[in-house]
Design a protein around this ligand. Structure first.
Ligand code: ATP
Ligand code: MG
Length: 568
């Protein structure tokens, strides 16, 4: 490496303002130990944006020897499910993190939250309101106009307590009443204009069943849950900045064991995809993808199935950093991290995705020899395998051109090329079908080129291939970006679905070296010159049906990179 090449120190933390706050708090003695939490709502699968939040919260806990809780924010019973909750736990573990103690649920605190609400009523800080949602909106005012007090705002403590208990007892229909905190209807911050903290909703809850007909609102639930868990730093995305005064107000009124500090950072957004559970859900329910784990989805399940590595995703979140400024990151940054990780650790084999038959006319049984090849140039410990040759081989259709551009180094009539780990061959004849499509090449072997350069001439091109007799059939799934526009949800006049890429999935039937036939699902390989592939988690059956997903391509497929120099 040249002295001027940038050195990327992977795994060293990148300093950011949240780390600085934590370091100052540890130094000053404000906290002896930090506690963070990751608080997903179990209403969908996690996406790459959540991965940023997971890596931040769990990563900080690791770095500063603290703990990070996994807490489900399960206050919206209609949208939540056990399937989502299980998938989220699987994702956190797959990324390589372990939460502190048991999984927590906001619903664990439903009774405590209810008791605190009664305490607020008793302090004259909460009241039952009968305004309809429309009226409440009207009373709330606007950004430029103060709100007005609800006509129910001055109910007595006794009346409020009675009404709230009757709300809980199920005496009123859904939506008929709410419990609101009494702050300031003229506050410039709309979140402080007597926000609702309880609503009536008859919905079956995944944890508490039909026990409750009133449910606490997110803003009220979240700060108290944080405080009850003695979270020190409650990290959330920027849209909660205006909710922070409410977070602090609620905790200031109640006898909670701690008062965590809410700190906001900017959301991750990625070009060419969407990071909103609602929109991802739309893709799934409309059947536009095969499911939440479709390898084109930016979900953690999708990225996993596609072949992305947890280490690559963690490195990505480290590189993009944490700040308060809006950041839309190019997909290429994520792909680069995955590629770098796989380049270093994926064994390399040969597969032909779009096969073209080549007959080696002067192949001689017992004379034409095979060679063995290492699985990785930098990892001799990965071992070697035999790369057998036979009379018929498969090469990539793209590696032949009857009318090649200038500088072509692959197969062409009369041209020579080296078969990776094997001989130099020359294309003598092109066989076409009735429609004029090339269906076979007839080539001759230069028997004097196994492991050495040909005499008196240079053969620069090297192509991958497999022996027809020895290879196994393989299905490959080649993915392109799911959307054709860098910001599919950034257009006011067009729905994001109109930017779906119709060519985002191509399925090809090809051939692969038999040495991988027993590979377990989720094993990753570099297919030489084609990219990094991962045995499909669900459809790949070792020894039976080989199915590989392309995780990411090689950086520069046709450059004079290592795979294309004249290795012999
Ligand atoms: P979505 O808008 O996709 O539904 P959400 O914020 O409603 O996301 P939650 O389940 O509430 O989803 O999120 C759990 C945590 O993940 C929250 O702390 C949230 O701030 C964080 N998070 C969600 N999306 C992103 C993102 N794009 N970038 C960084 N953090 C995110
Ligand atoms: Mg949310």
């Amino acid at each position: 490496m040249s002295q001027h090449a940038p050195v990327i120190n992977t795994n060293t933390p990148v300093q950011h303002f949240i780390r600085s706050i934590i370091e100052a708090d540890l130094k000053s003695g404000k906290h002896r130990c930090i506690a963070t939490r990751f608080p997903p709502e179990p209403n969908g699968y996690l996406h790459v944006g959540h991965a940023k939040s997971i890596c931040l919260n769990f990563g900080l806990a690791e770095d500063y020897q603290g703990g990070c809780n996994l807490r489900f924010d399960d206050t919206n019973p209609e949208k939540e499910s056990e399937e989502y909750a299980l998938a989220i736990q699987e994702d956190v573990r797959w990324l390589g993190f372990q939460w502190n103690g048991a999984v927590r649920w906001a619903s664990d605190y439903f009774q405590a939250l209810y008791d605190f609400a009664e305490a607020l009523i008793e302090k004259g800080l909460a009241y039952v309101d009968d305004l309809t949602p429309e009226a409440m909106r009207e009373y709330r005012g606007t950004l430029t106009q103060a709100g007005r007090d609800s006509p129910y705002r001055e109910r007595s403590v006794a009346e409020n307590l009675d009404l709230f208990r009757r709300m809980k007892a199920g005496e009123y229909p859904d939506g008929a009443k709410t419990l609101r905190v009494k702050i300031d209807m003229a506050s410039p911050n709309i979140n402080m204009r007597d926000p609702v903290i309880y609503r009536i909703k008859r919905a079956h809850h995944i944890r508490t069943g039909d026990t409750w007909v009133i449910y606490p609102m997110y803003d009220y639930t979240h700060c108290i849950s944080d405080a009850l868990e003695n979270i020190t730093h409650s990290l959330c995305t920027l849209e909660f900045e205006d909710h922070r005064p409410l977070y602090d107000w609620v905790l200031d009124q109640l006898p909670v064991p701690s008062h965590p500090q809410q700190i906001e950072f900017s959301r991750l957004e990625l070009h060419y995809t969407v990071t909103s559970k609602r929109k991802l859900n739309q893709l799934v329910t409309q059947g536009l993808v095969s499911g939440w784990d479709d390898p084109r989805m930016p979900t953690i399940h999708g990225m996993r199935r596609r072949g992305y590595t947890p280490e690559g995703i963690r490195e990505f979140t480290r590189r993009i950093g944490i700040s308060k400024s809006e950041n839309v990151i190019d997909m290429a940054v994520l792909e680069g991290c995955i590629r770098e990780d796989l380049e270093a650790k994926a064994p390399r084999v040969m597969a032909v995705v779009h096969p073209l038959k080549v007959v080696l006319t002067n192949y001689q049984d017992g004379v034409t020899a095979s060679r063995s090849a290492g699985f990785h140039p930098n990892h001799p410990e990965f071992g070697e395998r035999d790369v057998p040759i036979g009379r018929e081989i498969w090469v990539e259709q793209d590696d032949f051109s009857a009318d090649p551009p200038v500088g072509w180094q692959r197969l062409t009539p009369g041209g020579e090329v080296r078969l990776r780990y094997s001989y130099v061959i020359k294309c003598d004849e092109v066989v076409k079908d009735a429609a004029g499509k090339v269906v076979e090449l007839r080539c001759s072997i230069d028997h004097d080129t196994l492991g050495k350069n040909p005499q008196g001439r240079k053969v620069k091109g090297v192509i991958h291939w497999v022996s027809a007799e020895h290879a196994k059939p393989v299905e490959t799934r080649l993915y392109e970006r799911l959307f054709t526009d860098p910001e599919p949800d950034g257009h006011k006049d067009r729905d994001f679905l109109t930017f779906l890429n119709p060519d985002s999935l191509q399925i090809a039937q090809g051939w692969i070296e038999s040495c991988i036939q027993d590979a377990a699902p989720e094993t990753r390989y570099q297919f030489e010159r084609l990219g990094y592939f991962c045995a499909d988690r669900f459809d790949h059956k070792p020894g039976e049906r080989l199915v590989f997903n392309r995780a990411v391509g090689l950086k520069d497929v046709w450059s004079s990179g290592p795979g294309n120099k004249g290795q012999v």
